[in-house]
Design a protein around this ligand. Structure first.
Ligand code: FAD
Length: 379
């Protein structure tokens, strides 16, 4: 039965790649359409919290990631100028025992490459920029910018913050610029002139810098900021930044932060975008996941984790209901994801996560495969 329904995933970012991997491994027939001509190893890191690692374990990537990733002893929060400890959230062995999986930090490109390599050969098409979607009732016709078309029975929109699938479902609407940007830089850790924690967030009242290593050997170090900036031209997702701009934004900050800026070779800046919670995540044969339906500030380091958890919950609901009744499967998926995704969106927006010694169990302890399912709300 599973193999009869043709599933099209739009977008092979972390959420789309996870959906393809999970569904293909479970026996579903999936093709993936990605607009990019290829993927490169972009300069960015990513936290793999235990909640996310449980999904990566399911698709067989835990060992490969543990072999390459940095295994921080703790998440430290520190005062911007004195370096005084505001919080120390134990990770390492403690996280494994308490939350059921390790906490790692890795290069985002390395994670993505591992995921994309796991997609069945010949089922991922690059250079396919979705331009139109027509749900005929009996199937969906997908049109791409290169003039080609494809058909599917189910379409999963994993096409990010400017999702075409979202536009088809809800109309054209730009995301909300939050008034904050994020600088991102990956650099050689050997040339750093000041010792760093393995994973640390530096906080002042209106901005922050999150710093962590990307590999087990501690050869690469990454920082990502949150800095207020009144306006942003939404035609650009990111722009180049510079050491001088970083020095100005973080003037007077602790010597450990100055050393990171001094050691910077290349730095980019990204607009931080959100959307208010959407009134629906699916209609007819179309359903969305990840940033397509709940883009958020990255300040909990959980945006990709939410996209990947969505993919796992989608699989669980497809298995529970059967895809012949995709209306019910989609409704069950949405019922079981909106509350958690909205909570993570809100905490990320407020930028309070792990600023003090709070208990992160609700986030890290979550297991998308065993959490009791809630019923579809009555209309
Ligand atoms: P995306 O990763 O945006 O993927 C969408 C894919 O769809 C892309 O490959 C795109 O090319 C493709 N696509 C788009 N339109 C089309 C189309 N029309 N046709 C075909 N393909 C299309 N999250 C974390 O969990 N941890 C972190 O540490 C973290 N740090 C972050 C730092 C910054 C500065 C930012 C901006 C975000 C960060 N995030 C982090 C959030 C995370 O990047 C996103 O939440 C996550 O990438 C969402 O995954 P996605 O698959 O939904 O969307």
């Amino acid at each position: 039965m599973k193999a009869q329904q043709r599933i099209a995933v739009i977008g092979a970012g972390l959420g789309g790649a996870a959906a393809a991997l999970l569904l293909q491994q479970a026996g579903y027939k999936v093709r993936v359409y990605e607009q990019a001509p290829e993927f490169s190893r972009l300069g960015a890191g990513i936290h793999l919290g235990p909640n996310l690692m449980k999904v990566l374990r399911k698709v067989g990537l835990e060992k490969a990631l543990c072999d390459i990733g940095c295994y921080p002893d703790a998440w430290y929060s520190r005062e911007w100028n004195t370096g005084a400890e505001m919080a120390r959230i134990p990770l390492a062995d403690y996280a494994e025992k308490r939350y059921g999986a390790p906490y790692l930090t890795v290069h985002r490109g390395d994670l993505h490459a591992l995921m994309v390599q796991g997609i069945q050969a010949g089922t991922l098409e690059y250079g396919k920029n979705l331009t139109n979607v027509e749900d005929t009732g009996s199937e969906v016709v997908l049109s791409f910018a290169d003039g080609s078309t494809a058909t599917a029975d189910i379409v999963i929109g994993a096409d990010g913050v400017n999702s075409k699938v979202r536009e088809v479902l809800l109309g054209a609407e730009l995301p909300i610029y939050t008034g904050f940007i994020a600088h991102r830089a990956v650099a050689n850790a050997d040339t750093l002139k000041y010792a760093q924690d393995l994973c640390c967030k530096w906080w002042s009242d209106d901005r922050h810098m999150m710093v962590y290593y990307l590999d087990r050997a501690k050869k690469e170090i990454y920082y990502v900021t949150g800095v207020p900036q009144q306006t942003w031209d939404l035609n650009h997702r990111w722009l180049p930044s510079s050491k001088d701009e970083m020095r100005e934004a973080f003037a007077g900050w602790h010597p450990a932060v100055q050393a990171l800026i001094d050691n910077t070779v290349e730095v980019t800046k990204w607009s931080l975008l959100e959307r208010d919670p959407l009134p629906l995540w699916s209609r007819g044969r179309l359903v969305m996941l990840g940033d397509a339906c709940h883009p958020m500030k990255p300040h909990m380091a959980q945006g990709a984790a939410m996209a990947i958890e969505d993919a796992a919950m989608m699989l669980r609901c497809f298995d529970a209901v059967g895809l012949d009744d995709y209306h019910t499967a989609f409704a069950l998926y949405e019922a079981n994801r909106t509350e958690r995704a909205s909570k993570v969106q809100k905490v990320s927006h407020d930028n309070t996560w792990l600023m003090s010694n709070e208990d992160p169990e609700w986030c890290f302890g979550y297991d998308v495969f065993t959490v009791p399912l809630v019923d579809i709300p009555a209309k």
